[in-house]
Design a binder for this molecule. Structure first.
Ligand code: 13P
Ligand code: SF4
Length: 348
């Protein structure tokens, strides 16, 4: 390890010693290995969203992207603060929708079907979309619980507007047995075609550029070299890719499946490379192969240096610079959408 990195880790570890029980460092699975090393908790989007409510700590430093910190802040107790080391850690998918366009689509669905559709918003979206979702009596979801929540609404005979990730939406709906005629594709401007009159799931035209970089041709190359490898991919991948895989799951779901696989397993993984790199290290007795090395540049913005700056600011009583806060008007409705997700997921 580079000398500089080592000394930053030492300083972080020493600051953390005095902050036990007061400050919790939570990291997403896509974070760099040195951040995973200093983190107290590692999780997928769901675990990070509920992290504050499950922790005694009053301050949580969230090593992930901004929508993750927003979800945690919305669900935090009033005496807790969520700190984000770099506010520019965004997400291109979350920028592929605006609440105004989503509202236009919801109104248009009523026009063409004569019924309201419930908004189902992936947590990879900004607080203002979550607020519209709560206001229109819908729910958020993560990649780990999308199936459960979609199934819940479909079983009640509801139509769904799934936003903003078309791929998670279609992959989830397919896993529930929906067919082409059940879908209607909605443009990024919120345009819904008349042909959607009988659709059950309306799919927003958003996507994750990182996961879309994983393609069927990479599976072909993989199968040629490693014919017996089991392939697992994240559900943000295209429908094409998911149909070629053996297992689809959230980062947490994939980590669990890798952990439970027999020692001599050969597993190819299609998701952000830092997660794969760590799995390779943690389960060196198994052969873990990347489908392709792809990186999320937003996740990459969090590093040892800015986490150290947050800890130093905390010590100096100046951590509010890093605090994630959401205007109360937005927060009230966004919280409703997140709470509905938790209630359905946990069967409350
Ligand atoms: P999960 O960690 O919930 O699988 O989601 C990952 C993600 O969306 C980051 O893009
Ligand atoms: Fe957004 Fe994709 Fe990065 Fe996740 S991996 S934060 S969806 S760009």
């Amino acid at each position: 390890m580079l000398e500089n990195k080592k000394s930053i880790i030492e300083e972080i570890e020493s600051l953390k010693k005095n902050l036990t029980g007061k400050v919790l460092i939570a990291a997403h699975h896509y974070q760099k290995k040195e951040l995973i090393q200093i983190a107290d908790v590692i999780g997928d989007s769901y675990r990070l969203a509920v992290i504050a409510s499950k922790s005694e700590a009053k301050t949580i430093i969230l090593c992930g992207v901004r929508f993750m910190a927003e979800s945690a802040a919305l669900l935090a107790r009033p005496d807790q603060k969520i700190l984000l080391p770099d506010f520019s850690a965004a997400c291109p998918m979350a920028d592929m929708i605006s609440p105004a366009a989503a509202e236009k689509a919801l109104d248009r669905i009523v026009e063409i079907t004569g019924e309201e559709a419930l908004p189902l918003s992936y947590v990879n979206s900004w607080a203002n979309l979550k607020a519209l979702t709560g206001l229109r009596k819908g729910s958020t979801c993560t990649s780990g619980n999308a199936k459960k929540i979609m199934e819940y609404y479909l079983s009640k005979g509801k139509r769904i507007l799934f936003m903003p990730d078309k791929n998670l939406g279609i992959n989830t709906a397919r896993s529930l047995g929906l067919v082409d005629s059940d879908f209607c594709f909605v443009s990024k401007e919120g345009f819904v075609p008349d042909s959607g009159a009988n659709a059950r799931v309306f799919l927003w035209d958003g996507y994750c550029p990182v996961h879309l970089d994983l393609k069927a041709e990479h599976v072909k190359e993989l199968r040629a070299k490693f014919p017996s490898a089991r392939l697992m991919v994240h559900p943000e991948c295209s429908e094409d890719l998911v149909s070629l895989s053996d297992f689809t799951g959230s980062t947490e779901g994939m980590a669990k499946a890798i952990q439970e696989a027999p020692a001599d397993s050969q597993i190819a993984v299609g998701t952000e490379y830092r997660f794969i790199e760590r799995m390779k290290k943690e389960y060196s007795e198994k052969e873990i192969l990347p489908l392709k090395q792809v990186y999320c540049k937003d996740m990459d913005l969090i590093n040892l240096e800015n986490v150290l700056s947050v800890l130093r600011a905390y010590e100096d009583g100046k951590s509010d610079t890093y605090r994630v806060s959401i205007e109360e008007k937005t927060a009230i409705n966004a919280r409703k959408a997140l709470s509905t997700m938790i209630a359905i997921t946990e069967g409350l």
